[in-house]
Design a binder for this molecule. Sequence first.
Ligand code: SF4
Ligand code: FES
Length: 262
Amino acid sequence: MSAGTMKLKLRVWRQKNGNTPGKMIDYLAEDVSPDMSFLEMLDVVNEKLEAKGDEPIAFDHDCREGICGTCSLVIDGQAHGPIPGVTTCQLHMRSFRDGQEVTIEPFRAAAFPVVKDLVVNRGAFDKVVAAGGFVSVRTGGTPDGNAIPISKEEADLSMDAAACIGCGACVAACPNASAMLFVGAQISKYKHLPQGQVERTSRANGMIAEMDAQGFGNCTNHRECEAVCPKEIPIRVIAELNREFIRAKSKGKRVAGKSDGA
Ligand code: SF4
Ligand code: FES
């Protein structure tokens, strides 16, 4: 071991594909700098595996800057690892001890099937978003949008929810594999803006129906989602989601053709 570097024993979930059973395999991570990110540590392990002609460990990543939401790992039982408010790619090895044993698993949820090793398919989130997580009406150019007055309080509530990066840690941490923190964030970010009002009812109906169809569970107030969310999305968005659901159901009983409104 070079001076100042760490050595860790990794227990890693290896699974060839979704049809093959997986198992934990032990690896030694050597020459790990405390300044490396967790993914850079896995890169070092993979370089050594490839040099020996072994199959590298498959894991998801893209931006490595905490913004894309793809680095989906459960580290020692916690989605995104032990440090609150950070993604796996922003987690540094100085958060671990030299010689520590670290267990690495994929996000486990029926709606997120394993593709290979630590990679899961989170396409169910895309389907939920496609069912209403957008604004399709013309809102004009940037000056038009900025001409609509929005109170600071409402803008802050919307921006807090818009911080969601769709990583799926909330689902992985929930004993019910509920996606309600994620869906609540998508609904909340539009609910607090004037542009989100036109499709407010159809958005809630569509996204909630698709969330159920994709096999996500319901919230039973464990608050694990809030605890692991790397963007610290508050659980109040689930309360907002529930209110939007009730509102959409009551609107659904109204005479067809009546304006949705705010
Ligand atoms: S709510 Fe948080 S944990 Fe869930 S997908 Fe969004 S950023 Fe990830
Ligand atoms: S790789 Fe993009 S958020 Fe981690």
